[in-house]
Ligand binder design. Structure first.
Ligand SMILES: [Zn+2]
Length: 281
């Protein structure tokens, strides 16, 4: 297969070196022409953290940073960590661990404070937050919005982007305004698992052909992702690690060279401040 003459970034995936494919998945990505990865920490419960003490979540971030270092050794570019609390954690804290919505909110905000320390230290690139994509009570919805707003305040304070997991939507301008109100530019809010078009935050588009083509045609900033979860119990639940380089090849064949540069060079630069060209070996 020909070399792709461009950086190729998967903006959101998870790796599990214990039970998943780990570096084999990175090697698959690299072999197809992938160069850079943003690795998001696994949901804490998948690593066996069943606590309500924010400090107990630190090992989840440590594990992710170790995986990022190892992945960087397997890439011609590099990997970076995105750290935070999965929005689904709020239901586990309340339904399984006896927290009130306010206690769950406080716990998740404190976990984000710890994640922001990693960003401040230069060990992580950005934060991850959001709100449940499933039906929840008003109290849980409000608490989740408060967690997300806290993530925006932190992003503003430590000067980093915030990736969001939210309900499916093509208009999240209200959320983007919450970020702007706290000093974080709307374009530095990234909706993970986005379709091809989105008002407000920057879309990180799931790499289905239709959605990628819509984003390419839009002329707007976008990123590409797989949300690979590296979970042997859920094969095929999301896209595989080879998908982004494959889709970039397809975009090149279709003549979308400008969109490739937009998704893999320009948007990563404006959202995260990373230079995917300069970091290519
Ligand atoms: Zn994910």
């Amino acid at each position: 297969m020909n070399e792709l003459e461009t950086p190729v970034l998967d903006n959101h995936l998870h790796l599990d070196c214990e039970v998943g494919r780990g570096m084999d998945a990175v090697d698959d990505f690299a072999r197809l022409g992938g160069t850079h990865l943003l690795i998001v920490n696994q949901p804490s419960w998948k690593l066996g953290v069943e606590s309500t003490d924010p400090e107990d979540f630190r090992p989840v971030f440590e594990t992710t940073c170790e995986i990022v270092d190892e992945a960087t050794d397997h890439l011609s570019g590099r990997a970076w960590a995105i750290l935070g609390a999965h929005p689904g954690l709020i239901s586990r804290l309340i339904d399984d661990r006896g927290c009130s919505p306010a206690e769950a909110r406080d716990c998740m905000q404190d976990i984000l404070d710890i994640a922001a320390e990693y960003v401040d230290d230069g060990r992580a690139l950005g934060l991850k937050s959001g709100r449940p994509h499933y039906e929840v009570s008003d109290a849980v919805w409000e608490a989740s919005n408060d967690v997300m707003k806290h993530a925006f305040s932190l992003g503003s304070k430590v000067d980093c982007a915030v990736q969001l997991h939210t309900e499916a939507s093509e208009d999240l301008t209200e959320i983007a305004e919450w970020a702007e109100d706290r000093g974080l530019a709307a374009h530095r809010v990234v909706k993970h698992y986005a379709g091809g078009r989105l008002a407000g935050p920057t879309p990180s588009v799931m790499s289905n052909k239709d959605w990628i083509e819509t984003a390419a045609e839009s002329g707007e900033p976008f990123l590409m992702e797989t949300d690979f979860i590296d979970d042997p119990d859920r094969p095929g639940a999301v896209l595989g690690p080879k998908t982004v380089p494959r889709r970039v090849r397809w975009l090149a064949d279709e003549g979308y060279d400008e969109a490739i540069a937009r998704a893999h060079i320009e948007t990563p630069k404006s959202v995260y401040g990373i230079d995917t060209e300069a970091t290519l070996a």
